[in-house]
Design a protein around this ligand. Structure first.
Ligand code: CMC
Length: 429
């Protein structure tokens, strides 16, 4: 017999079902709680609330485990291409050689962006934040493909939108980079693999048709994209699901996810980490001083790239990125004083009771910026790279929500404002 819990409210006992996940995770199903008792649960920031069941990603924050569709992130990052992992997230299984080729070919057919979209893009002010440009461009895609907006259309139409998004995202990200440098746009090259094509559109020049990115850079970029590909019900994925739950189209749901990612407590942390490390360096490199600032409750400064809502152990992605960071800097012969500050900061924090007691460890964003910088990306572009990696995860979350016909996401609240009172005329206020 399945497990239940009993709750006694105002002397009345009710029994609620317990839901068991495939990894032993437990939840109390409160779907009927309000109907049965008139009570709701209050959980600001959703610290204890499961918003959905999901078959995509498993995360054990206490043990530092991350798996997609059952496969460990360590193996995926080591053995797969980014598109292979994207296929896995979207379809639930690793692709065969033929399936992967078909997936790659379809993506290659849709890499160009409409000239009208490009004209709109050109009107964005120079110097505007890359994340604002990215979310606007993804939202604007919906204007160019009106027929594929309805999430109730057949699977083929939805699949075309999925392919279009995966295909156009690297082109758009590269356009944003080129605009920042005042360089002409490099068109996609469909004979290149996904990551090489993206790097070519970013760092290649129209005048250099034979440019090929360094394999070390291609491999690091591939790994970084995989490490960001999905992370279950985080702020941006939940945003994508929430927006999508109103049956809004996939482009606008993804655009909303990009905006959620932009914030410094989420994906925007990678930009903040590098700015913080620069600041510490310019201030003389006194790591202890900055650790003390982070611990001081009267100081708003936080150690960016540290701490996580779910991980109370090492973020497994941070471990892989730290190693990749060492490899990339060594292979490219880059010596970055910022890396030394980062390592000292990590060591000091990990031995400080404040961070130990609160289980604050480096997260995915702590070292990624150092690699991005070594690869030649400007600081305010880092979160765009996070978004490029996260795209297949967001789409998979949206698809799962849609296929399961989940209801519109609409939380309740406990009202704590004024009781009813008589209107006060203007002259009496
Ligand atoms: N520096 C100093 N103190 C911290 C930090 C930090 N980075 N993170 C958490 N704390 C303290 C916090 O002050 C609180 O202390 P106390 O219990 O004394 O009040 C305690 O640790 C718990 O923190 P919280 O803010 O209640 O935890 P949360 O789950 O609401 O927030 C977080 C998680 C990631 C927003 C937070 O750790 C943070 O602000 N970190 C820095 C920003 C960052 O690196 N974000 C990237 C997250 S990973 C990428 C992604 O997937 O988004």
């Amino acid at each position: 017999m399945s497990e239940t819990v009993k709750i006694i409210l105002e002397g009345k006992e009710i029994e609620l079902p317990v839901i068991l996940g495939s990894e032993g995770e437990k939840a109390i199903d409160i779907n009927k709680l309000r109907d049965l008792t008139g009570y709701i649960t209050l959980d600001i920031g959703y610290k204890n609330t499961g918003a959905t069941t999901s078959k995509i990603t498993f995360l054990d924050g206490e043990e530092g485990i991350l798996r997609h569709r059952g496969y460990s992130i360590e193996e995926l990052a080591d053995k797969c291409s980014f598109l292979e992992v994207s296929y896995l997230l979207l379809h639930g299984e690793l692709p065969t050689e033929a399936q992967l080729k078909d997936f790659e070919d379809k993506i290659s057919e849709h890499t160009l962006v409409n000239e009208g979209l490009e004209a709109m893009f050109k009107a964005f002010p120079t110097g505007s934040h890359p994340m604002g440009q990215l979310s606007s461009m993804i939202s604007a895609l919906s204007l160019f493909y009106p027929k594929s907006l309805n999430p109730h259309r057949d699977e083929d139409a939805i699949n075309r939108t999925v392919i279009r998004l995966l295909a156009k995202m690297p082109t758009i990200c590269a356009m944003i980079y080129k605009k920042r440098h005042g360089h002409p746009i490099v068109f996609p090259r469909n004979n290149m693999d996904y990551v090489t094509n993206y790097l070519n559109m970013t760092f290649g020049q129209v005048t250099e048709p034979d440019y090929t990115p360094d394999p070390v850079i291609v491999s690091a970029m591939n790994k970084l994209l995989i490490l960001h590909a999905d992370h279950e019900q985080n702020c941006s994925a939940s945003t994508v699901r929430m927006v999508g739950s109103s049956q809004s189209n996939l482009y606008s749901s993804i655009s909303a996810g990009i905006n959620a990612l932009w914030g410094p407590l989420h994906g925007g942390a990678n930009q903040e980490v590098l700015e913080m490390l620069e600041q510490i360096k310019e201030d003389g490199g006194d790591v202890e001083k900055w650790i003390n600032k982070a611990k001081d409750k009267n100081d708003s400064f936080r150690l960016m790239g540290f701490g996580h809502r779910v991980y109370k152990n090492f973020d497994p992605r941070a471990k892989i990125i730290k190693k990749a960071c060492d490899d990339v800097l060594e292979k490219l012969g880059v010596s970055d004083p910022i890396l030394e500050i980062a390592k000292k900061l990590e060591e000091t924090a990990l031995n400080d009771p404040y961070f130990v007691e609160r289980k604050l460890f480096p997260n995915v964003d702590f070292y990624s910026g150092i690699i991005y910088r070594a690869l030649g990306f400007p600081t305010d572009f880092f979160t765009v790279l996070f978004a490029l990696g996260r795209l297949p995860g967001w789409i998979s979350q949206w698809q799962e929500m849609r296929r399961e016909k989940q209801p519109i996401a609409r939380p309740r609240q406990i009202y704590t404002g004024e009781a009813p009172r008589p209107f006060v005329a203007m002259k009496d206020r």
